[in-house]
Design a protein around this ligand. Sequence first.
Ligand SMILES: *Cc1c(COP(=O)(O)O)cnc(C)c1O
Length: 398
Amino acid sequence: MGIYEDLGVRPILNATGSVTRLGGAPMAEEVLQAYAQAARESVRMDELQAAASRIISEVTGAEAGLVTSCAAAGLTLGAAAILAGFDLRRMESLPDGSGFPDEFVVAREHRNGYDHAVRSAGARFVEVGFDEVRAGAGVRRVEAWEYEAAFGPGTAGVLYVFNDDSRPPLRDVVARAHARGLPVLVDAAGELPPRSNLRDLVAAGADLVVFSGGKGIRGPQSTGLLCGRRDLIGSAAVQTLDQDDHVELWDPPAELIDRSRLKGMPRHGLGRAFKVSKEEVVAFLTALRLFAAGTHDRELPGKRRLLEQIAAGLEGGSVRCSVHIPGNGQGLPALEIALDEKKLGRSATEVCRRLRLGTPPIQVGHALLQEGKLVISPLHLDEERARVLTSRLREELT
Ligand SMILES: *Cc1c(COP(=O)(O)O)cnc(C)c1O
């Protein structure tokens, strides 16, 4: 019996990728060993985060970085840093942002469920642009001048949600924001791979960038990466690190937290609840180094072949298969299986449900169910799992 069966929990065959509700990405053996080793001794968390900052700076090109308890926590801490800076009173009052600039300008087409994390810091959104392409009522996406037109005395910063297709280009938004001295916080949680994004978004001028640690980086699921301007990272660090010490003894590493910018020692901040353990920090850094060195990129051709094998195994049913590679051909490939729902007599949603309830329970990507498609991610698949998946799909689709 496995460790999960002991608890009466059935392991699933994960064909949907690094999603949170199924426990994230698979971790490399080195990452698991790093976690166990890190657990054997005590360290100062501020020193550990300063070391993390150096490594994050190397791999992203940013001035500094912080390991957070996930990308969503990175968004909250990033917003808190922008809202409070090194102002002790503002740190203490968050998430109440009254009495100082607390507005984040965001495009309507960038709004999503994860932006709750930005609002949790106390930010209030001012929306710009429309989503008229999806409304079927126009051809234009949000434009950079619309951000500028919304900037005013209450503006604290900009939230930009990055993907292959996001508009306007990040550089254009950064130019308009920086012209007014406003910082840009970028949510790129799921945009690794491609590995190039680790550096490109910082190079495009973003002041803070957030990546998930438990998606493409394949670190512990409860980790994330916040990187960017040293002063903002310092503010985020002081708002999340434990502050229960004597003022006379407080001695944070200067490279992470510039004490000369603070008028005193803040108390526990808004981010105190987003605790990251020393084991998670070390395991995350191990995963980040593997990812940045291209270890996972070398697996991509093999992952693609697995998807092609699955597709070949489904030929002849009421399906059409195609392999897609996002991120300008550098991302993780995905197999789309388009069903002929009429011929099959069953909807893609129904097939998805039957796979979840079968043995083994199988979870496939569900983003395109409304278009009658199942999506297969190879992240958790090996030859054996691909074989089991193909045979279950054949049962359901032929
Ligand atoms: C996954 C995701 C997040 C949240 O990442 P976590 O590390 O799970 O907190 C935030 N924003 C976007 C766009 C995402 O895809």
